[in-house]
Design a protein around this ligand. Structure first.
Ligand SMILES: C[S@@+](CC[C@H](N)C(=O)[O-])C[C@H]1O[C@@H](n2cnc3c(N)ncnc32)[C@H](O)[C@@H]1O
Length: 258
C-alpha cells in the first residue's frame, strides 16, 4: 500500500473544518456538538466498523445473485445522481442499496404466520431485491413502494426477469410513489423496512399502517432491518400499538395492534 501524502491529511483536515463551520452556522453550538457526535459514530463505533468490514462480502453475494438470475440489484445508487430534490435525498438516507439476503431471510423466518394469507409490502423497495427474495416465500402478493422512478423502473425489469426454482409467489408489483402516502392493501400485512428513511418519515409511515389496521382490523407485522444496528432508529418502534415478536441486533419484528 502506498504511504499517504501530507496533502491527503491537509485536505481531510480542511474538509472536517468546513463541515464544522457549516454545522456551527446551521445550528450554533448544539449543531456543532451533534455533528461531532455523528462524525465520531461513523468513524469509530464498533457496529459501524463491523458493518463496513462485512460490506465487501455481501457485495460479492449480491453480484453472484444478479449473475445467477440475470437481474440488476447490486451496488449503490446515490439518490442525488438520479434527480431527486435535496429534501427527498435527505429524508431517504441518500442512497439505494440492496438488503443483505441472509438478514432478510432470518427476519422473515421469525414471523409466526401462514405466509399464504399475507401481502408483503417493501417500503422503499429500490431495485426490488427484497421483492425477489420475499418471492421465495408463499406470500399471497408482494408489493414494492419506491419514490425514485429510475429505481422503480429497474425493479419492474428485475421482477420480469427473475425466475427461480425456489420462487413461490409470482404476484409481484412495484408502485412508484412516496411511502408516506401509500395505503396498504386490505388483507393481512407484512410491512418491510430496510432502513429506508429518516425517523420522521418512518414514524409517519408506521402511523399510516396503524391507521389502516384500525379502520380494517387484521393481522399485520412490521419487519425492520438495519445492517448496522436497529438501535439507530429503535425509539421510533417504541409505540404502544407495536408488540415485539423478535428483537435482534440487526432486525426487529413487531405485531401491529389496531
Ligand atoms: C436502502 S434502499 C432499500 C432497497 C430495498 N428495500 C431492498 O431491501 O433491497 C432504500 C430505498 O428507499 C427509497 N425511499 C427513500 N425514501 C422513500 C420514500 N419516502 N418513499 C418511497 N421510497 C423511498 C430509496 O429511494 C431507496 O431505494
Amino acid at each position: 500500500m502506498r504511504p499517504l501524502r501530507p496533502s491527503y491529511f491537509v485536505s481531510r483536515t480542511r474538509g472536517a473544518l468546513r463541515a464544522c463551520g457549516r454545522a456551527w452556522r446551521a445550528g450554533g453550538a448544539a449543531g456543532l456538538g451533534q455533528a461531532v457526535v455523528e462524525a465520531a459514530y461513523w468513524r469509530f463505533h464498533p457496529r459501524v466498523r463491523r458493518w463496513a468490514a462485512e460490506m465487501p462480502r455481501q457485495r460479492e453475494l449480491d453480484e453472484a445473485f444478479d449473475r445467477e438470475f440475470g437481474v440488476d440489484t447490486a451496488g449503490e445508487v446515490p439518490l442525488s445522481d438520479i434527480g431527486l430534490p435535496a429534501g427527498e435525498v435527505r429524508r431517504g438516507h441518500g442512497l439505494y442499496r440492496p438488503v443483505w439476503a441472509p438478514l432478510l431471510r432470518e427476519a422473515l423466518d421469525r414471523l409466526p404466520i401462514d405466509f399464504a394469507r399475507f401481502t408483503f409490502v417493501d417500503y422503499g423497495s429500490g431495485k426490488g431485491k427484497a421483492l425477489l427474495l420475499a418471492s421465495d416465500y408463499p406470500f399471497a402478493e408482494i408489493v414494492g413502494v419506491e419514490f425514485a422512478r429510475p429505481l422503480h423502473e429497474a425493479a419492474v425489469r428485475n421482477v420480469e426477469r427473475y425466475s427461480s426454482p425456489r420462487q413461490k409467489c409470482r404476484a409481484i408489483r412495484s408502485v412508484c410513489m412516496d411511502a408516506r402516502a401509500f395505503d396498504p392493501p386490505e388483507g393481512p400485512l407484512v410491512c418491510f423496512f430496510f432502513n429506508p428513511f429518516d425517523e420522521a418519515t418512518l414514524a409517519a409511515t408506521l402511523e399510516r399502517v396503524r391507521g389502516s389496521v384500525r379502520r380494517r382490523p387484521r393481522d399485520a407485522f412490521i419487519v425492520y432491518v438495519n445492517a448496522r444496528s436497529v438501535a439507530e432508529q429503535g425509539r421510533v418502534f417504541r409505540r404502544p400499538y407495536l408488540r415485539r415478536v423478535a428483537a435482534e441486533p440487526l432486525y426487529l419484528v413487531c405485531g401491529v395492534a389496531g
